[in-house]
Design a protein. Structure first.
Length: 341
């Protein structure tokens, strides 16, 4: 059986576009390199002094883990050095890095948003964690960045993906032409094509939600969760609950097996908790390219115009039929005030 590496795959894809100059290819290769370094550290975390809390807070007011800081450093460094970026934004920093104002390295035309280590609070328990990335092309003609560059919706992404560090390390990405998954072969140090043309099953048998927030959910979400637990042989219910607490891990399982992930608005987080630019947009892009769907419950995630760097939003994502069922419940109960017990 022939093996196709990520670099070979990207190079072949580039030949389909005569106008391509290789900038996005080099950018994806930079992400791949940083992912390999983080994979190495995650897999030896129990043997090195890299577990536990760093002692600092990130831009979200969340306590940083040592691996958060490590992953953030290597992704920032790799993306800056590759020379194809004009702007970098990490969930770990209050402000983005505008490379159009700097000349240390070559400045390109791509803007990258990323969550360097999603689910890092679970690393001490050896639970799968991941990296999420989103790539845009600046729309202003050059020089310093303009407001119009930062107001692009998720539909304007030129590429998005995630890396999951688990029993095996996988890189899954899309450039708007479907979704492909690559598994890292440690023996040769290369990501190899393992999941070509990934598709999310239209319906699954699992739902992922933090049910400890049940009393803070809207009436519609409460009724949907009851629906998930009802016995109905025709629709294979009740569904099973599978909540890892690591967004990448929950999303990846649903990508492979089908299912739905919900982090709706709550009393504590009326605008949702997950970040639009670092988490929701890239995963929504992947979901749609794989035949799934992502919504706030009332609006497609990819249609949201961002108004701030660390903007939060509700997220309901996964198998298309399951997401649309939640939307039906929300529409049905839209006239009912949210009830918080």
């Amino acid at each position: 059986m022939s093996i196709q590496t990520l670099e070979q795959f990207i190079s072949e894809q580039q030949t389909q576009f005569p106008q391509a100059k290789g900038e996005l290819t080099r950018l994806l290769q930079g992400i791949s390199l940083a992912a390999k370094i983080v994979h190495r550290e995650v897999n030896k975390a129990g043997l090195a002094d890299i577990l536990g809390k760093q002692g600092n807070m990130n831009a979200q007011g969340e306590e940083q883990q040592k691996l958060d800081v490590f992953a953030d450093h290597y992704f920032m460094d790799a993306l800056e050095r590759v020379g194809e970026c004009c702007y970098l934004a990490s969930e770990e920093h209050e402000d983005g890095l505008d490379l159009s104002k700097r000349n240390k390295y070559a400045v390109g035309k791509y803007m990258v948003y990323f969550d360097p280590l999603d689910g890092s609070s679970n690393i001490d328990a050896n639970v799968s964690v991941g990296t999420i990335f989103s790539i845009y092309k600046r729309v202003s003609p050059g020089g310093e960045m303009k407001m119009q560059d930062f107001e692009q919706t998720g539909r304007m992404q030129v590429a998005a993906g995630y890396i999951i560090y688990g029993s095996s390390t996988m890189l899954v990405y899309s450039t708007g032409k479907g979704v492909n998954g690559f598994t890292l072969d440690p023996s040769i140090g290369e990501f190899c094509l393992s999941h070509p043309k990934l598709k999310i099953p239209e319906i699954g048998k699992t739902y992922s939600v933090n049910e400890s927030n049940y009393n803070q959910f809207s009436t519609a979400i409460k009724h949907y969760l009851q629906f998930c637990k009802e016995i109905d042989k025709e629709t294979n219910r009740p569904y099973s609950t599978r909540y890892i607490g690591s967004l990448v891990a929950d999303f990846h399982r649903n990508m492979i097996q089908g299912g739905i992930f919900l982090y709706p608005d709550t009393y504590q987080y009326p605008n949702g908790k997950l970040r639009l630019m670092y988490e929701c947009n890239p995963l929504a892009f992947i979901a749609e390219q794989a035949g799934g769907k992502a919504t706030t419950g009332e609006k497609n995630i990819l249609d949201i115009c961002p108004s701030e760097l660390h903007q939060r939003t509700p997220l309901i994502i996964g198998s298309k039929n399951m997401v649309e069922k939640v939307e039906q419940f929300i529409l049905e109960y839209s006239s009912v005030e949210p009830t918080f017990a």
